[in-house]
Design a protein around this ligand. Structure first.
Ligand SMILES: *Cc1c(COP(=O)(O)O)cnc(C)c1O
Length: 355
């Protein structure tokens, strides 16, 4: 069997998704999902037929939502598929490199490793902003530069001046990919408006976070039509299952929109409430500012907090193994009730000397 497996797959550590880590609890605050669900009606009369390669109605709805032409949009199985598709399409092993700036989303690294593509990591500054000088210095053989904005797991926005600087400085054959998985929590900071000017810019979006539809696996890539057409050559023939496009179309209807944007508003209120309560908590060293539906918190001893919360039924995400995130946990913002219970548990744990 050993001979069967290429060395880069044998040594591969798969993406450690919240589901894969396999922790259980009553309150799942570990995957940045929305706490709100809603009913959606479906018509399943056509399941004997293959779906459209790019479902037309869905494309139209998303095009209206973004005010971007349909030819500039590609629908994918979550933005994770777009991250993978870009590497498969544009990178050649031993020739091209991909670059990203840790601490950031782990899938960029996992995908590059799957295709045996060399990785250049340029760590962020202590402020979690990009080290633009280092990025430009090492960009020569980089085909894909992944930037997560707002960044996961840190929650901050990337300075727009840095994005502009990079778009000006990187060679035109380097694609700059801005992963906007959380942008609906900070809509005015989207880089969509830069697409007209920079043909090597690609934006990734998803319905998994703010739209509360992680379960359907639906994402979107927005880029020049030239790039979209190249990617269409590589994308699977029927990437969007019929029920997925129906649910997504439904979520993007005018009726559902007010509900979804109201949920986003509620999550932001819950977040600010949670931050106001937790900031003065004696066991907290730092609450990092957030432009997302999660917050990164540095504790005195994150392991004890993690274990204690697990016992209380709260599953959060440990980030303490990452460079410059020592003693940090990432907590997804849930319902107001979940926030209140979490605060109570933390205070109880502290006053009783458990953490
Ligand atoms: C959650 C997440 C994704 C994955 O989104 P899917 O559309 O569910 O695949 C992509 N990028 C970042 C930064 C994320 O946090």
């Amino acid at each position: 069997m050993k001979k069967l497996i290429p060395i880069h797959i044998e040594t591969l550590l798969p993406y450690q998704s919240a589901k894969r880590i396999g922790l259980f609890g009553q309150f799942l605050l570990n995957a940045n999902e929305s706490p709100y669900n809603y009913n959606i009606q479906m018509n399943l009369d056509n399941l004997n037929r293959y779906p459209d390669f790019q479902p037309k109605k869905l494309l139209k709805k998303y095009s209206n939502y973004l005010q971007i032409q349909k030819k500039n949009i590609l629908i994918t199985r979550g933005s994770d598929e777009a991250i993978d598709l870009l590497i498969r399409t544009f990178c050649v092993s031993k020739i091209d490199q991909i670059m990203f700036c840790p601490p950031t989303y782990d899938m960029y690294e996992v995908c590059a490793k799957i295709y045996n593509i060399e990785i250049i990591k340029i760590p962020t500054l202590k402020s979690f902003q990009l080290n633009t000088i280092q990025i430009v210095q090492h960009i020569k053989y980089v085909k894909l530069l992944y930037i997560c904005n707002p960044n996961n797991p840190t929650g901050n926005l990337i300075d727009i001046s840095d994005l502009l600087y990079l778009l000006k400085k990187v060679p035109s054959n380097c694609l700059v990919i801005i992963d906007e998985a959380y942008i609906e929590f900070s809509s005015k900071n989207s880089s969509i408006f830069l697409l007209k000017k920079y043909s090597n810019l690609i934006i990734l979006r998803t319905l998994s976070k703010a739209f509360g539809l992680a379960g359907i696996r639906c994402g979107f890539l927005i880029a020049s039509s030239i790039i979209v057409n190249i990617l269409k050559k590589v994308l699977a023939p029927y990437p969007v299952p019929l029920p997925v496009s129906q649910i997504a179309e439904n979520a993007l209807s005018k009726k559902k929109f007010s509900l979804i944007f109201n949920n986003i508003k509620k999550i932001l209120e819950n977040r600010d409430f949670f931050i106001s309560k937790i900031s003065n908590f004696p066991y907290v060293k730092k609450v990092y500012p957030s432009n997302t539906n999660f917050i990164l918190i540095k504790f005195k001893n994150s392991i004890s907090v993690f274990q204690y919360l697990l016992k209380c039924g709260f599953v959060v995400r440990d980030q303490s193994h990452k460079k410059i995130l020592k003693n940090c946990l990432r907590i997804t913002i849930g319902t107001k009730k979940e926030c209140l219970l979490l605060i109570k548990s933390l205070f109880d744990g502290y006053t009783n000397g458990i953490i």
